[in-house]
Write a protein that binds this ligand. Sequence first.
Ligand SMILES: CN(C)C(=N)NCCC[C@H](N)C(=O)O
Length: 280
Amino acid sequence: MLSETRDLSAPRVARPRRYLMCPPAHFKVTYSINPWMDPAKPVDLPLALAQWEDLRDRYRALGHTVELLEPRPDLPDMVFAANGATVIDGRVLGARFAHPEREAEAAAHLDWFRAHGFTEIHEPSHINEGEGDFAVTASYLLAGRGFRSSPLSHDEAQEFFGRPVIGLDLVDPRYYHLDTALCVLDDSADEIMYYPDAFSPGSRAVLARLFPDAVIASAEDAGALGLNAVSDGLHVLLPQGAVGLFSPLRERGFVPVGMDLGELLKGGGSVKCCTQELRV
Ligand SMILES: CN(C)C(=N)NCCC[C@H](N)C(=O)O
C-alpha cells in the first residue's frame, strides 16, 4: 500500500477534534513504572492542575471539543487519558494495562464510553495501552511494542479496526510508549515526526521506507518528550522544551504551540499522554 501524499502547495488546515481528558486531581508519583518516575521527587499538585487546565483551555480556544473523564483517587496516573482506549470511526478498542497499578483505569474508560453512546466496543484479550502505543495515520495504524503493549494486541487491533497495522519495536526504556517517540502530524497524509534511536534497526528501516519525508527529532528534543505532541493538522501542541522541533515544523507550514506540562513529566507523560482523540 502506498502512503497518502500531500499537495505541497495546499495550505495546512486544522480539523476540529474531539478529545477525552482527565483532570490530574489525584496525580502523584508514588510508584515507578517508567524511568521518568521518581517517587522521591515531590509533585506540585496545584501546578500540575494549572498546567493541565492550560492545555484543556488551549484545545477549546482552538475550536476543539474536550470531554472529561472523572478522576479517581486510587488511580494517580489517570490523567494520562491517552492510554485508556483507542477510538477510530467510533469503534472503541479498550485498553488492558501492563502494570497492576493502572489496571482499573481500563474499566473506567469503558464505563465512560458506554455512558456516552458508544456501542461498538471491544474489550481486549491482549495487553495494549491505548494511544500510548497506537498511532493513526491516513494509511496505517502504527503500533508500538517492546515495553507495554503485547505484539498480540496488534493483530487484535487490525482485526477490530480493519486497518493495516505496522508493528514497531521500541528499544529504549525512556521511550516506553510509541507516543513518546513518534507523533502523527497530519493524519490525512501520512506525515509524522519521530526519534529513530527509540526503535530497533528493522523498525527504523520500516519508518524510513513508509515516511521518507518525516521530521526527525534530535536526542535533545526527544529527551524533552517533544514527540509527545498533538496535531490538529495545523497546530502542533508540544512540550515547550523541545525547541529544536519548532523550526522544522514551521518550515512545513505547521504552527507549533509550546506547552509547559513540567509537573506531569514527573509521571512520564506530556501533551499527548493527557489527550485521547475520539475519532467518531
Ligand atoms: C504517552 N502516553 C500516553 C504515555 N506515554 N502515557 C504516560 C503514562 C505515564 C504513566 N506513569 C505510565 O508509566 O504508565
